[in-house]
Design a protein around this ligand. Structure first.
Ligand code: PLP
Length: 459
């Protein structure tokens, strides 16, 4: 304002009728351009004296401009908050000597046969799209795997789709199943994407709480109590992120009765199916469409990110009866065309040649699981026994801190990054998510720091 007034007193200032934008961090600033003309000269645009003032000079701040712009964007997307997970990674990235138990991804490099097959596919010039549904060889291998592991049958020609991670599979499943206003039941705490993706499809999320006293398994009673005439879909995510819970067959059979009684669909995210431990491993992962009556109303999601340590390859898949798959296929076809080609060749090699690697990684996670669960319990942070995925979920209420304060102070004082439990839903309040997808050495040291921090807070 001041600068412009001084200029105005000596010169004619004219507004040049075009805008220019520049960037300040993440904010786009709209600049209005001016030209200074000497009062003695005829009014004429003088290019070399043009200057640019950010609109903030006229009290029109970048922030308010950004706000006005944001207000015009889709309410459907704006109503969804950003994930609470990232903030801690960003702070952690600025610090030294941080042990991160924050990230939900394997610390292993993808097994060698996967990398070799992908490189070979590139060398052989396989750089174009694949079929929209994915390479038929991969769909056949997935069909064989689902049959071999869980006894569930899908036709690779039209009941399996290869997607850009399980994430895309989740989105196209939502689009195929949910009409605006329909209700989606989601047990929580759960993976951060479930609620937002249901909302993107226009669905209304109805949370179903889970509790440590039920081993964080959702119960048939808690589901049934929330069913209305608008309920369309039950979204299950087991083995669970963030609790590590698995759903036992007996629990699932009771849930299936409710699903059938109320004629619901089931969306089952089984991305951690290969990462189960202890008794759950001995019993074997329960694949939801293998439960009587559920196959023809279930979409099963899975992928290679976790079990095969392939997060960056972006290869997932979904299995569903043909009438459902036909609709998912349309969303996939128009949004992504096909999943990455070299990733599909890599995933195929994974199924065919990396089963030993998958088992070795599972055993490594299991050893870390024992260290973290036993260590946290011994340190006075009561920790539920997780039987799947790679997360421990200690109860931190004995410290008197909220999940957010605990995570923040743990990072600042002990340089350990974890995620507050309530980033995954209200029932996660009072818990902390600690990923043990980190070396045994780091997990051991992190447990030492976490329990030391809890002791200090309590004393
Ligand atoms: C439960 C769950 N489902 C799905 C995903 C996403 O998987 P993808 O990498 O295959 O998209 C994640 C990633 O953290 C997850 O934890």
């Amino acid at each position: 304002m001041v600068l412009l007034d001084i200029v105005r007193s000596a010169y004619s200032v004219v507004r040049i009728p075009y805008l220019q934008t520049s960037r300040l961090g993440n904010v786009t600033i709209r600049n209005t351009n001016y030209a200074i003309l000497s009062r003695n000269l005829p009014r004429r645009f003088v290019p070399h004296s043009a200057f640019s003032i950010p609109n903030s000079a006229f009290m029109e701040t970048a922030t308010s401009a950004a706000e006005r712009l944001a207000e015009r964007l889709s309410e459907r997307i704006r109503s969804v908050p950003q994930s609470g997970i990232r903030r801690f990674f960003e702070i952690a990235a600025t610090m030294e000597d941080v042990i991160s138990l924050g990230i939900g991804e394997p610390d292993f490099v993808s097994p060698r046969p996967i990398i070799d097959a992908a490189v070979a596919s590139l060398e052989a010039g396989k750089t174009g799209y694949t079929a929209n549904l994915g390479l038929i060889e991969l769909r056949e291998a997935v069909a064989d795997e689902m049959q071999r592991l869980y006894g569930v049958g899908y036709n690779p020609a039209n009941e399996i789709i290869v997607t850009v991670g399980a994430s895309e599979a989740m989105m196209i499943a939502m689009l195929a199943l949910v009409d605006p206003g329909e209700e989606v039941l989601i047990p929580e705490p759960c993976f951060v994407s479930y609620g937002p993706l249901a909302q993107f499809a226009g669905g209304k999320v109805v949370w179903v709480p889970t509790r440590a006293e039920n081993d964080f398994q959702v119960t048939a009673e808690d589901i049934e109590a929330r069913i209305t005439d608008k309920t369309k879909l039950l979204f299950l995510g087991y083995p669970n992120n963030p609790t590590g819970a698995v759903l036992r067959r007996e629990t699932l059979e009771k849930i299936a009765e409710v699903v059938l009684r109320h004629d619901l669909f089931v969306l089952s995210d089984e991305i951690y199916d290969r990462l189960v431990y202890g008794e759950a491993y001995n019993e074997g992962h329960t694949c939801i469409p293998s439960i009587d009556g559920l196959w023809d109303r279930t979409i099963m999601l899975n992928g290679f990110s976790k079990g095969y340590a392939m997060t960056g390859w972006r290869i997932g898949f979904a299995c569903a009866p043909k009438p459902i798959m036909d609709e998912m296929y349309k969303a996939h076809q128009y949004v992504v065309m096909s999943a990455p080609t070299m990733g599909q060749w890599g995933a195929l090699a994974g199924i065919r040649e990396a089963q030993e690697d998958v088992e070795q990684m599972r055993q490594a996670y299991d050893a870390r699981r024992r260290v973290i669960v036993d260590g946290l319990n011994a340190g006075g942070l009561s920790t539920f026994e997780p039987e799947g995925a790679f997360y421990a979920f200690p109860d931190i209420t004995s410290t008197g801190l909220s999940s957010e304060d605990f995570a923040q102070r743990l990072l600042e004082e002990e340089h350990v990054a974890c995620v507050p439990g309530d980033a995954f839903g209200p029932s996660g309040a009072g818990y902390l998510r600690c990923s043990y997808a980190n070396s045994l050495e780091n997990v051991t040291e992190a447990v030492r720091r976490i329990t030391r921090f809890a002791d200090n807070v309590r004393s």
